[in-house]
Ligand binder design. Sequence first.
Ligand SMILES: [Zn+2]
Length: 431
Amino acid sequence: METISYGSQGAYVTALQLALYRAGFLAQQTEIDGIFGMNTQNAVLRFQRFYRLVPDGIVGPETWNLLVPFLTGYTTHTIVSGDTFYKIAKQYGTTPAAIAISNPAVNPYNLVIGRSLVVPFLIPVVSALVPMNSMLCAFYIDGLVKRYAFLRSSIIGQSVLGRPLWRVRIGQGDVKMAYNAAHHANEWITTLVVLRYLENLAKSYAYGENIAQRAAQELLSRVTLDFIPLVNPDGVDLVTGFIAPGTRPYQNAQILATNYPAIPFPAGWKANIAGTDLNLNYPASWELARDIKYAQGYTMPGPRDFVGPYPLSEPESRAMVNITNQNGYQLTLSYHTQGEVIFWKYDGLEPPRALEIGRRLAAVSGYALEETPPESANAGYKDWYILNFNKPGYTIEAGLGVNPLPLSQFEAIYQDNEPLMTEAAWLGTEK
Ligand SMILES: [Zn+2]
């Protein structure tokens, strides 16, 4: 974590403000603005005094250590004599049931002194108050996996800049499916949508509740769901400022962007950090995609629509192909923005049940089921998936507006897509 103080700006400041807000030291959501001003400094001083740190207003390693639990949503507690789940829950403002879910191997009637417990807070893990970046994604995934011990996370590859490509698995069913998000950098809101869904699904499962009118435990006895929430971490970090202006990767991207002066930088960036549009990099009529995009003027690396030097030239698209081949997913959802549209076909191929399931997904979300327009109907993940597996694969274009969609749209997008993701899993397991 970077040391920050009065006058700092950017993604670390936003993370700091989110943590302070969740810890109760910033009063208003509107104070989460990425600018370390007087309000933030005063909140840091109060936080440091409360935790008996040197109150210098500078957020360095010691202060960060105490703030991170408010980003992951949990802390650890070392058991002392006389502890009970009830007593610990009271101490941290959580519930004994939440502690039990996070520590399935611990017998609450036989607590071993000196052993450490995960103590989840009552706040949700995934926050839609701040833009996505790879650091927050890692915190959220850590927080979800610790809170819901039945989740499994793994790293399926690395981005161009070496960032992890996460996969989180939930469920025990024989039928495997995968939901991915943020192939495109300035569509990072989709990462929050699928992570929020994962959190709500895990919570519903843990407490025996319904999600979108389906019993979560029954659903997850039928399906194993893999979430790949951040396919393009470098690109997202560029758009949301975690790759800061002035740094080497930012400058390199800026140089690529000068080839395309009409596209706003970095807000118009869709590609990975090498300037390849990942959703035009799959071997499904890639040559045709190249010819179309070249004719449109996208002949070299840049913010969008460059197909890459050859199919699967990028580590991110290769990781997606590998994980898909290894698991033989029966259904895939690929989250993009925007348009409130579901695309379901590839090159005239209509996988069995794809239309029927697609119609149902449209009905529960209010989105339109459509065929992909010809100029963008090639070399995408969904195209490659349908071509190779002949199973239902959908591109979901969530929300309406100009990318990147603002966080103010998040709740509405989520409301449309919770039933969509639930029904896809449910219907995809029916014969
Ligand atoms: Zn997209």
